[in-house]
Design a protein. Structure first.
Length: 256
């Protein structure tokens, strides 16, 4: 009577591996490599391009001199120096915090600010360092020119995404999903100026500092809409090279 062939046992320290075990191991390795490659591809497709976002040590330890404004968020109005036009520079602090408390005592005063810039396209933000990087300027210095009156660009309806200005400008690589939304919420709640990234430009800009319709901080209800496609409506004003979007209504994009 015929008997089935004995397969025996596979012992790890023996050099010879049974053929069926060898096939199983090779199949598992091929599957694992393919799964990892597919996962990597999907993750890369789900991450937005960081664009030209970067840090820039343009001041090299020096300071900008300008007039401090605190609405809707701290902004340093830097006058033209003959080489560069007048600028309105958004300010933030270290980590996920703004500089509201430090800027409040300097409102309307000639102020010196130092730190590192983060930039992406037309979005520029100065990250303030220690105490000496944000303080009243030397009272002996010449008086600065009076800041220009904001220019009203009219009412607009724009589609885009609400983000925090620091990460959007280049402090972190932009992403999607809950982690992206949570990061933006923490930064904005900590005082980092929020920005709107529009799908269509206005006056050559796609980044807008967000404000309430009366010019104060961004409406609290918009904090739940960060990282999502939304439609915002309101007036846009220009302060030097910065556009400010004063929101009075909003809605989520249908089907997003």
């Amino acid at each position: 009577m015929l008997r089935p062939v004995e397969r025996g046992f596979f012992v790890g320290y023996f050099k010879k591996v049974p053929a069926d075990v060898r096939v199983l191991m090779i199949g598992f390795i091929v599957f694992f490599i393919a799964a990892m490659a597919t996962t990597s591809a999907l993750l890369s497709l789900n991450t937005e391009s960081p664009g030209a976002g970067s840090y820039a040590d343009e001041l090299s330890g020096e300071h900008l001199i300008g007039t401090m404004e605190v609405k809707p968020y701290p902004i340093l109005r830097v006058p033209s120096d003959g080489k560069k036009p007048a600028r309105a520079v958004m300010l933030a602090g270290s980590g996920k915090f703004g500089v509201d408390d430090r800027a409040l005592t300097l409102a309307g005063k000639t102020t010196q600010a130092g730190g590192i810039f983060v930039k992406r396209g037309d979005l520029v933000m100065l990250l303030i360092g220690g105490e000496d990087d944000l303080k009243a300027a030397d009272p002996q210095m010449p008086a600065l020119p009076v800041t220009s009156v904001p220019d009203n660009l009219g009412r607009w309806r724009l589609t885009g995404e609400i983000c925090d200005g620091k990460c959007s400008a280049g402090a972190m690589k932009p992403g999607t999903g809950l982690a992206h939304k949570a990061c933006a919420n923490l930064c904005i709640s900590g005082g980092v100026p929020p920005v709107f990234v529009s799908t269509a430009p206005v006056d050559g800009h796609i980044f807008f500092l967000l404000a309430s319709k009366d010019g104060g901080p961004m409406p609290a209800a918009l904090l739940d809409k960060t990282g999502l496609p939304v439609v915002l409506e309101g007036n846009i004003e220009r302060r030097d090279d910065l556009l400010i979007f004063k929101i009075d209504s909003f809605r989520e994009v249908a089907g997003a």
